[in-house]
Design a protein around this ligand. Structure first.
Ligand SMILES: [Zn+2]
Length: 105
């Protein structure tokens, strides 16, 4: 993994945090700690994973753009996102996975 990619990941976590309700983030972190996140694919640009809770959901994020102008796409097929169109606990759990991937590489 390149140094730029690592820097980008750190910034993504910082950038996304305000979009997550604190209660959602706490629950997502719990999912991550319990090992509920199953990595499907991870690259410099994104991660897709399955998060196993009361049901299994396909979740992930994808980054596009340059270092100064970037779009981050988030997706999850859980009912929470469908209903509220807000980032869910599964997404927060996957972002934790990205943190781990960052420190491993
Ligand atoms: Zn979700």
């Amino acid at each position: 993994m390149s140094r730029d990619a690592s820097r980008r990941r750190g910034r993504i976590v910082t950038t996304l945090q305000p979009f997550f309700d604190s209660e959602i983030a706490v629950r997502g972190a719990g999912y991550f700690r319990r090992g509920a996140v199953e990595l499907i694919e991870g690259t410099d640009r994104g991660v897709s994973a399955r998060v196993n809770g009361s049901a299994a959901y396909n979740t992930g994020l994808w980054c596009e753009g340059s270092s100064y102008k970037q779009a981050v796409y988030l997706w999850c097929d859980c009912p929470f996102v469908f209903r509220y169109n807000q980032p869910c606990k599964h997404l927060w759990a996957v972002i934790q996975l990205r943190r781990v991937l960052k420190t491993k590489n």
